[in-house]
Ligand binder design. Structure first.
Ligand SMILES: Nc1ncnc2c1ncn2[C@@H]1O[C@H](COP(=O)(O)OP(=O)(O)O)[C@@H](O)[C@H]1O
Ligand SMILES: [Mg+2]
Length: 217
């Protein structure tokens, strides 16, 4: 569950002050999925980074599963970030690691003493069984993003934040990837916030918000 109240974010570039996010309010109930739209530069990534605990808001409150992010210290924020999954436009896979190693790497860092119990199941659901020993450059864009989704889901996150995950994919692959991502999150009752440029992908979501110059329409 995500509750945002009167959130403001200001960027200071020397003498230049820019109000990037202006008095935003948002409520995403537990397990629901939000699509966040808006033109380039409207503040989508900034907003996602605040929700993910990577940036701090200047004022207002951001509560995720009843945790107020502004009150968390660095250590608590690090713990919070372990409970979320991030998916990126450019996949952010490590070039020199195989698909299998890419999927497991972050889990090993975060949870060194736990086995990745969902690995086989996820690989199957994402159709990556025959690609486990391939390197990222040997995969199509859609396949690389499926690796990104497997990596995020393996950590059993409570919430997934995806920043234009289909930005590099054609229309058909975009629909396949978003359908898969929303289905997997629904099965696991995971909150999903996905930034997209495409109005055609919003049918998969419970709620749609449009950011324009730091305001919701
Ligand atoms: N590191 C930065 N330094 C200065 N301004 C930035 C930085 N990152 C983003 N911005 C500005 O913040 C605004 C919102 O950017 P962003 O959140 O990346 O938008 P979006 O993801 O919707 O394209 C834009 O005006 C952008 O130029
Ligand atoms: Mg962006």
């Amino acid at each position: 569950m995500i509750e945002v109240k009167d959130l403001c974010f200001i960027r200071n570039d020397g003498d230049n002050k820019q109000n990037i996010l202006n008095h935003l309010d948002l409520s995403v109930p537990a397990a629901q999925h939000l699509a966040l739209l808006g033109d380039s530069g409207s503040g989508k990534t900034t907003f996602l980074h605040i929700l993910a605990g990577l940036l701090k808001a200047d004022s207002g409150s951001v509560s995720v599963n009843n945790q107020e992010l502004s009150t968390l210290n660095e250590q608590e924020l690090a713990l919070y970030r372990r409970k979320i999954g991030l998916i990126f436009q450019h996949y952010q896979l490590l070039d020199c690691l195989t698909v299998k190693q890419n999927i497991l790497f972050q889990h090993k860092l975060n949870f060194p003493n736990q086995t990745a119990s969902e690995f086989d199941h996820l690989v199957k659901e994402l159709g990556l069984q025959n690609k486990l020993n391939a390197l990222p450059h040997q995969l199509s864009g859609g396949e690389q993003q499926r690796v990104g989704i497997a990596r995020a889901l393996l950590n059993k996150p409570q919430i997934i934040f995806a920043d234009e995950p289909t930005g590099n994919l054609d229309q058909k692959r975009s629909h396949q990837v978003v359908k898969l991502l929303t289905e997997l999150c629904r099965e696991r009752k995971i909150n999903l916030v996905m930034v997209t440029h495409s109005h055609q992908l919003t049918d998969y979501f419970d709620q749609v918000k449009v950011l324009r110059d730091g305001h919701f329409d």
